[in-house]
Design a binder for this molecule. Structure first.
Ligand SMILES: Nc1ncnc2c1ncn2[C@@H]1O[C@H](COP(=O)(O)OP(=O)(O)OP(=O)(O)O)[C@@H](O)[C@H]1O
Ligand SMILES: [Mg+2]
Length: 220
């Protein structure tokens, strides 16, 4: 089974959420591979999302393609003078995931970020036959961003497993509490991830030793 972790935006907590999903899967006794099809914004050897997940979840990880500029994959690749061969990427992901109970694939940015040509992250999820996990913020603005993402997913016939809310405050106020109620009305909320002070996914040494959902999420 493949889960495709997307988000309402870049920097919304997809890597943190993907790590939490991987850790929960592993703790449930399943074998799990984390895959980052395209990592942008980093040079060779710099720790990317995969390095953070490896540190936070102790699962095998794979990164397929990397481009140095912090841009959408299609744009970063073109500016690096390279192409993204979507068929080859799909083949690489399928081969890497062979034999694992679960594959957790993290997109880049949000659902309609361009991958190559007309293809977006949504097409990648579709071709993988993955269920979507949409990571969203608890703060003001999340209802619109989440609704837009879910509408785009549903318009494309993509199955939505549910939402993960990251950076959930220790003391939620009226904004977060009412947002959570409304998010539940849009899709199942699979879990809340608390705010881990000092967490920075660019630095794997900040990975929390016990990264876990606040509420026991239903599928994990
Ligand atoms: N639960 C959390 N606790 C503390 N900080 C968080 C949490 N979730 C997200 N953040 C903050 O947001 C930053 C970005 O999170 P993350 O890297 O997971 O986003 P992303 O959606 O994967 O971004 P990208 O599109 O670059 O892959 C983190 O480095 C951290 O500073
Ligand atoms: Mg990420």
């Amino acid at each position: 089974m493949i889960r495709f972790v997307t988000g309402t935006d870049t920097g919304v907590g997809k890597t943190v959420a993907a790590a939490a999903v991987c850790r929960a899967e592993r703790q449930a006794g399943r074998t799990v591979l984390y895959a980052k099809p395209v990592q942008t914004g980093l040079g060779p050897g710099e720790p990317g999302d995969a390095a953070f997940v490896a540190a936070a979840a102790s699962v095998p990880v794979v990164e397929c393609l990397r481009f140095p500029e912090p841009l959408a994959p299609a744009v970063a690749a073109a500016r690096a003078g390279e192409i993204i061969d979507v068929e080859a990427l799909l083949a690489d992901l399928t081969k890497a995931g062979d034999g694992f109970d679960r594959i957790v694939v993290e997109g880049a940015g949000g659902l309609l970020v361009p991958l190559w040509g007309d293809a977006t992250m949504a097409d990648l999820a579709d071709r993988l036959g993955a269920g979507l996990v949409v990571v969203t913020r608890p703060a003001l603005g999340t209802l619109n961003h989440t609704a837009l993402t879910l509408e785009a997913a549903r318009a494309r016939g993509l199955p939505v497993d549910g939402l993960i809310v990251s950076d959930w405050p220790a003391e939620p106020g009226v904004t977060e509490s009412t947002n959570l109620e409304r998010l539940w009305a849009m899709a199942p909320v699979l879990g809340l991830l608390p705010t881990y002070p000092g967490l920075d996914t660019a630095d794997p040494t900040t990975a929390p030793p016990e990264l876990a959902f606040l509420t026991a999420p239903s599928p994990w």
